[in-house]
Design a protein around this ligand. Structure first.
Ligand SMILES: [Zn+2]
Ligand SMILES: [Zn+2]
Length: 204
C-alpha cells in the first residue's frame, strides 16, 4: 500500500494520501484561469521563498484522488478555503504559510485535486504518482506547450471523469476531512472574485 506524505511548506499541516499510485489517481496539469487566480491569491498573501505553484506554462500540477483516502493528521486548524464564486470549487490551503492543498467541489463529490506543493514525495513524484498525463484547459494561456509534454487533454479529462464516477459509486466522498458530518465546510470559504485577484496582480 503506497502512502504519500502530505505537508505544507512550514510543516504545521501534515497528512497522508493513503493507498495511492499512478493507476489509482489521475495526474494532470491545469492551466485554467481559476487555478491561476488561486496561485496568484496565495502569492499575494505571501509565500516568501517557497517553491512556485505555477510552472512555466502557468499550469498547476495536480493529482486527482478520492477524498476519503486523504487524512490530515496535524494542523487542521491552519486550513483555510477560498472560492472564486459563490458556487465555485472549494480551494483549500494552509494559511500558516499559504501552501495550496487542493480543490474540491461539495461534500457529495468524491474527489480532491491535490496541488503538487502539498505532496512530499519520498522517492520522486513520477515514481509515486506517475508522469503528468496531459495539460488541460490550455486555451487560456498564450505560451505554446511542446507537444511532447502536452499529452492528450481529452483522454486525461475522460480518465478523470471515469475515476470520479467509480469513486462516487464506491461512496468515497466520505469521510472527508474538509466537511463536517452535516456536510458543511470545516471553515467558511472566503469568496473572492478572480477579477479582483487578477486586478491586484496587474497594479503591482
Ligand atoms: Zn504551513
Ligand atoms: Zn484549473
Amino acid at each position: 500500500m503506497a502512502e504519500i506524505k502530505l505537508a505544507c511548506d512550514c510543516g504545521k499541516v501534515q497528512g497522508q494520501a493513503h493507498d495511492m499510485d499512478a493507476q489509482k489517481g489521475n495526474r494532470l496539469t491545469c492551466c485554467c484561469y481559476d487555478c491561476q487566480a488561486f496561485a496568484f491569491y496565495l502569492m499575494e498573501l505571501g509565500r516568501s521563498n517557497h517553491p512556485a505553484i505555477l510552472d512555466q506554462y502557468s499550469g498547476t500540477d495536480i493529482f486527482q484522488m478520492p477524498i476519503s483516502n486523504l487524512t490530515i493528521d496535524q494542523g487542521i486548524e491552519e486550513i483555510a478555503c477560498i472560492r472564486l464564486s459563490d458556487k465555485g470549487m472549494n480551494r483549500w490551503y494552509a494559511k500558516c504559510c499559504n501552501t495550496p492543498i487542493g480543490n474540491t467541489l461539495g461534500r457529495n463529490m468524491p474527489f480532491i485535486g491535490v496541488v503538487h506543493n502539498f505532496m512530499r514525495h519520498q522517492t520522486s513524484r513520477v515514481d509515486e504518482i506517475g508522469q503528468n498525463r496531459a495539460y488541460v484547459q490550455t486555451h487560456e494561456i498564450k505560451k505554446q506547450i511542446p507537444s511532447a509534454l502536452k499529452g492528450s487533454s481529452a483522454k486525461a479529462v475522460m480518465r478523470g471523469i471515469g475515476k470520479i464516477l467509480s469513486w462516487k459509486l464506491k461512496g468515497l466522498n466520505r469521510p472527508s476531512v474538509f466537511f463536517t458530518q452535516e456536510g458543511s465546510p470545516i471553515v467558511s470559504p472566503i469568496i473572492k472574485r478572480k477579477s479582483e485577484i487578477m486586478q491586484n496582480i496587474k497594479t503591482n
